[in-house]
Design a protein around this ligand. Structure first.
Ligand SMILES: [Zn+2]
Length: 456
């Protein structure tokens, strides 16, 4: 027999979320060389079944009132599934629910899983729809007890029998083995961790030996992105080295992309993982600020980001280091024929020409040939492109993503809250220091910023 013992599984539940909703019925069809055995049981979910779910499955509160709880049937279910290929329609749903229920009951459940939606899609790519109703119509499956656990398990068993009869055996075998292949994982990583990864947005953290932070990444699909790191077929030498070092994976789910980007930027700075190439630390971050020494006469002054006050205006930057800031100013001076003496790029005695003027690179503000106010106006124009975007609101603003609300003030991420209740505490904290990653991220999503006053 080319296939291992099989278990066709279907569940009924109180809703769609594996972590919050509960199982109300389990149906299992065991198939092996001894034949076919059907089994099902109602399960008391210990939570009310909504009228909507009742209308869908026909399972109501009265029916499950005297049924066993999942923990009472867990050992039985576990025994029926042990060593079998777990086959279900949209299998991630059923597998996820069972894993969670088993976990609550103190069992660590793992199985090789075959999803018949994926199987149908691979074998019949010419069809757009692969839900159970489409399969019933397409393969003339015989329906009994639709939307009950055993009834639906019988449908996927029938579908399987039709594949065995109608699909070229080599093709069926190859397709099943492709769909059930475990992702290639680093040798030192607990394979169970992959099952815990969500397919939503957030950040993931790789740790190595002695819990050394190796890498922080973000994705709109954490699971997919993590597996991509370990996919041998498109691994670079760097990816291979990383995969060999990973011992543990952590993840943090976020409401969306903005949250993931902000969290990634924070964690990279805090943990400084050895595989994150750009350690974007803020330690030496600085700006040019223009100060007015006399009426209409402006001079650039270097300000570390840590010394900025919320009221600072006329800022240009940010620059990673003071050296970088000076290099950029020098470049501007050269292209705009500014005075090196006035910009403090060159020490010159008062009234003496700067070197740039001697080679006709400065228009002569140092020796009174150009009014300093003219020079100031040209300096401002030259710096124009580097101006820090003015904060467009009078006060804080927010971006909502799923259940998350990111609070932002003057391009600083104050924090993220799950509900309005915590918002006020965040608003009372002192303004965090300027962070160039947050600034760039928030600038990119500025259309989604909503001023607080106009919002909640
Ligand atoms: Zn000069």
């Amino acid at each position: 027999m080319p296939f291992p013992p099989l278990a066709f599984v279907d569940l009924e539940t109180t809703g769609a979320t594996a972590t919050a909703d509960r199982i109300t019925e389990v149906g299992i069809i065991e198939v092996d060389e001894d034949g076919v055995r059907e089994w099902s049981t109602l399960v008391n979910p210990r939570t009310p079944i909504s009228p909507f779910i009742e209308s869908l499955t026909g399972i109501n509160n009265a029916m499950v009132a005297d049924a066993p709880a999942f923990e009472d049937v867990a050992a039985d279910v576990l025994q029926r599934l042990a060593g079998r290929l777990f086959i279900a329609h949209n299998a991630r749903f059923d597998y996820g629910f069972l894993k969670n229920e088993f976990k609550r009951a103190g069992h660590d459940f793992r199985a090789t899983v075959l999803c018949t939606v994926k199987l149908s899609r691979k074998l019949f790519p010419q069809h757009a729809r692969h839900n159970l109703d489409s399969l019933i119509a397409r393969h003339s499956l015989v329906v009994s007890d639709r939307h009950r656990a055993l009834g639906d398990a019988r449908l996927i068993h029938q579908f399987w029998q039709q594949l065995r009869a109608g699909v070229e055996p080599g093709l069926l075998e190859a397709t099943v083995s492709k769909l059930t292949a475990r992702p290639s994982l680093p040798a030192n990583l607990d394979a169970g961790v992959i099952d815990t990864l969500p397919d939503g947005p957030g950040v993931y953290l790789f740790y190595g030996e002695n819990d050394l932070p190796l890498y922080v990444g973000k994705s709109t699909d954490i699971r997919k992105r993590v597996l991509a790191h370990f996919a041998a077929d498109h691994a670079t030498a760097k990816e291979m080295a990383l995969a060999q070092q990973v011992r543990r994976i952590e993840f943090i789910s976020t409401g969306g992309e903005v949250g993931a980007l902000l969290k990634e930027a924070t964690l990279v700075k805090r943990l400084q993982p050895i595989h994150n190439r750009n350690l974007r630390r803020n330690d030496d971050l600085c700006f040019w600020r223009l100060i007015e020494l006399h009426q209409g006469e402006w001079h650039p002054q270097l300000v570390p980001a840590s010394e900025l006050t919320p009221l600072d205006e006329d800022l240009f930057g940010p620059f990673k280091t003071a050296r970088e800031a000076k290099r950029v100013l020098q470049e501007l001076a050269r292209t705009h024929h500014l005075c090196h003496a006035l910009l403090d790029l060159e020490k010159v005695k008062p009234g003496k020409p700067c070197f740039a003027h001697q080679v006709q690179q400065c228009k002569g503000a140092c020796v009174g040939k150009e009014p300093v106010s003219f020079h100031s106006a040209r300096l401002m124009a030259a710096l124009g492109k580097l101006r820090l975007e003015p904060w467009p609101f009078a006060g804080p603003a927010w971006i909502r993503e799923g259940d998350d609300v990111h609070l932002i003030d003057r391009w600083r991420h104050l924090g993220t809250v799950g509900g309005d209740a915590d918002m006020h505490a965040l608003l009372e904290t002192t303004l965090p220091p300027f962070d160039q990653d947050s600034y760039r991220i928030l600038l990119k999503f500025r259309d989604r910023l909503t001023p607080l006053a106009a919002g909640t």
